[in-house]
Design a protein around this ligand. Structure first.
Ligand code: 5GP
Length: 212
């Protein structure tokens, strides 16, 4: 008998400074790993032109958000600038109970909030760029931004990077396929953690029983 299917899913909190390749890795995971789902947050901010309700976010009114929050329907939520953002609890709990994993593309504060809400379920992975020069090149490539904007981004990146110690795993992203393979290895091991294998007790008991 294989007990690998009978497991509780995990919450993968993936963080990095912007420009380290996190979104590419997140996209690859969702495309390639059939057990992985992306968590879609709720927000009270207005959708941007290229955003679609239910894809980037669940866009909702402040009143609806506050009602959900007061019913405890968010795993965590935060006020960012003038808007509320939150992780709806139900889809995450359903996925975990069904043995599926949920990917959270979050900064260190988001990862910390998820860990506080579900310490047993969260696996934190932090992605680092291979060098400062590489990070700067990637941040510059994004658009024709002013030097001031780029320097602000570099400073913000440095702030994010300082939180690497809060994560179980840290990957230096030198090559996206190599980093993906390492991420896949982390997931393979974490999925086999004893506390996630929900039928182990019964399985082990069956192995020791002396029935004919
Ligand atoms: P944006 O409006 O640019 O999509 O996101 C603004 C900020 O909100 C980002 O820093 C992002 O990390 C944060 N954010 C997005 N979704 C959530 C969420 O579900 N919970 C928390 N705590 N922050 C979120």
């Amino acid at each position: 008998m294989s007990n690998e299917e009978k497991r509780r899913g995990l919450m993968l909190a993936l963080s990095s400074p912007s420009g380290a390749g996190k979104s590419t890795l997140a996209k690859l995971l969702i495309e390639r790993d059939p057990a992985m789902r992306l968590s879609v947050s709720a927000t009270t901010r207005a959708p941007r032109p290229d955003e679609q309700d239910g894809r980037e976010y669940h866009f909702m009114s402040r009143a609806d958000f506050e009602a959900m929050a007061s019913r405890g329907e968010f795993l965590e939520w935060a006020l960012v600038f003038d808007n509320f953002y939150g992780t709806p609890r139900k889809p995450v709990e359903e996925a975990l109970a069904a043995g599926r994993d949920v990917l959270f593309d979050v900064d260190w504060q988001g990862a910390r909030a998820l860990r506080a809400a579900a310490p047993e379920d969260v696996v934190g992975v932090f992605i680092l760029p291979p060098s400062r020069a590489d990070l700067e090149t990637r941040l510059r490539k994004r658009a024709a931004d002013s030097e001031e904007v780029i320097q602000k981004r570099m400073a913000r990146s440095a702030g994010e990077i300082s939180h690497w110690t809060e994560y179980e795993y840290v990957l230096v992203n030198r090559d996206v396929e190599e980093t993906y393979a390492r991420l896949a290895a982390i997931l393979a091991a974490e999925r086999l953690k004893a506390h996630r294998q929900t039928d182990l007790a019964a399985f082990a008991a069956g192995l020791s029983r002396n029935d004919p």
